[in-house]
Design a binder for this molecule. Structure first.
Ligand code: ADP
Length: 488
């Protein structure tokens, strides 16, 4: 579970707020219930005190305290009910005090007198050794003018028991309810945020080469629908901008081609004059070389721009990658031999792909050409073709100069050359690998490089296989070597 995910954070907030609301509700119910139970207990006590006053105390002067005690015990049985009753004269002299309750929960003699002559009726929670009592006290005046105080109390333990039961219930059910709501909330959140995963997955796959793709729009009318529509509009604007740039590069290269060709022709014409001084002839020859280089760069640039803009029509046919690699390597063997390089070609399985013959050949040419350029004399280059994980794999390995880790991420960029002076000497402008990448993208293929500086490089092209196209090569590996006697 990702603790930073929106799903988790929203669920956690939801659970915390729900727990808070339930605690608040529990607290309010606790207070309300306590108020209600204490209130009704005090009301009962007050009723009893009133009837003691109006029915018994009026007869006290003539019938005496003994009679009063008997009457109270008979009518209210305070000891048996765990209650407390005390009748005193206004000067505090006790007339009657109930005995020890049956459950011995408190001692009636320890209950303090808290009545004040200014109040006719009052109630109080009294803390005594052994517990808490709710006491209602009432001042009563007989018709003969004598004043009495009736104090009537009951234990708070029963009310506390009910309140504790409520607390236990809340403490027991709260974690259960919160966990259940949390799980439900997480599940709901997962369901409603699932389109976000899909949008993220699809957005990850959109690059400059497939800007025509769009994100899925789920017609729910909510924020997610609005977000995906807004993102799609943004991708459309990016696509327009990219196409504009690509068209500009293609047009610029195209426009440069004509004056350059005229310049080249004119220079060639001048170079043919016999009476030219040797120094001028040299200068013209060098200028011609530069125009040729320039025209190669423009051709390459135009090729990349047109590939990027999708203007190049790919003439895709079913072709055997192994055969293409073998014939291309064979054609380049002279170049390799000039540097005494050992150029091998190994075909591990017959791989058929759907592709443009001349463009894929250009990929192989550019990779072998680089391997030849960046491998010192006496080195070895190996071209292999195999199928792996449902893909056709072409690899060009060399044991040449290799590429440093800081350079590696840039080699497919346009005009990027690791060692500019060396690369320029060998005629490169840093466009060879950019063309390889553009052609691969147009074929839905991937190109990767792995290299160790000073030990060599491996360029790997993975092409989607044409349906039902892998056949293990007859008799195992088919090998071709550019230097006689070196078949690996
Ligand atoms: P260039 O025309 O300069 O060769 P590329 O686009 O073909 O341009 O290659 C870009 C850079 O990648 C080169 O300048 C070179 O430094 C590096 N590179 C390409 N292939 C290899 C290789 N086989 N071995 C070492 N470096 C290579």
């Amino acid at each position: 579970m990702n603790l930073h995910s929106m799903r988790f954070r929203l669920t956690a907030w939801y659970a915390v707020l729900l727990a808070g609301a339930l605690v608040l509700l529990g607290f309010s119910v606790y207070i309300g219930l306590e108020h209600y139970l204490s209130g009704s207990a005090l009301r009962t006590l007050a009723e009893q005190s009133h009837s003691i006053g109006s029915e018994l105390l009026v007869n006290l002067p003539e019938k005496g305290p003994h009679w009063l005690a008997e009457e109270i015990e008979e009518a209210y049985a305070p000891e048996a009910n765990g209650n407390f009753i005390r009748v005193s004269r206004s000067d505090g002299t006790p007339v009657y005090v109930s005995g020890q309750p049956k459950d011995n929960s408190f001692d009636p003699l320890l209950v303090p007198v808290f009545w004040s002559p200014s109040t006719a009726e009052s109630s109080k929670k009294v803390r005594i050794p052994g517990g808490v009592l709710l006491v209602e006290s009432l001042a009563f005046i007989n018709p003969d003018g004598s004043r009495y105080i009736v104090e009537n109390g009951t234990s708070y333990a029963d009310i506390q028991k009910v309140l504790n039961g409520l607390l236990r219930l809340v403490a027991l059910y709260l974690p259960f309810v919160v966990s259940l709501a949390g799980l439900g909330g997480y599940w709901l959140m997962r369901r409603s945020l699932r389109p976000v995963d899909e949008i993220t997955r699809r957005a990850e796959g959109i690059t400059s080469s497939n800007l025509s793709e769009r994100l899925p729009v789920i017609k729910t009318g909510d924020e997610l629908e609005r977000l995906s529509i807004a993102l799609n509009r943004m991708i459309a604007r990016l696509e327009d901008a990219f196409q504009h740039i690509h068209r500009f590069s293609a047009d610029a290269s195209h426009e440069l081609r004509t004056p350059l060709t005229i310049l080249q022709l004119e220079l060639e014409e001048i170079a043919q004059h016999r009476e030219l001084p040797p120094a001028t002839a040299d200068q013209i020859g060098s200028a011609l070389e530069e125009t040729q280089r320039l025209s190669r760069i423009i051709e390459n640039l135009m090729a990349i721009a047109r590939l990027d803009a999708g203007e190049v029509k790919m003439d895709k046919v079913l072709l055997n990658l192994g055969d293409l690699a073998t014939s291309t390597a064979e054609q380049m063997k002279l170049l390799a031999e000039e540097k005494s390089l050992n150029l091998n070609c190994r075909i591990y399985s017959s791989v058929r792909v759907l592709g443009d013959h001349s463009r894929l050949k250009q990929v192989i040419v550019n990779l072998i050409d680089n391997a030849i350029k960046y491998t010192p004399e006496g080195g070895a280059i190996e071209v292999t073709v195999r199928s792996s994980d449902g893909k056709g794999v072409l690899e060009v390995n060399d044991n040449g100069l290799g590429i440093s880790p800081e350079v590696m991420p840039h080699v497919f960029e346009r005009f990027y050359r690791a060692d500019k002076a060396r690369s320029r000497d060998s005629g490169g402008a840093g466009l060879g690998l950019a063309i390889v990448k553009a052609i691969c993208s147009a074929h839905g293929a991937e190109v990767q490089v792995a290299s160790q500086e000073g030990e060599g490089s491996r360029f790997r092209v993975e092409l989607p296989l044409a349906q039902g196209s892998i056949y293990p090569s007859c008799g195992g590996i088919s090998t071709w070597s550019g230097v006689s006697g070196n078949t690996g």
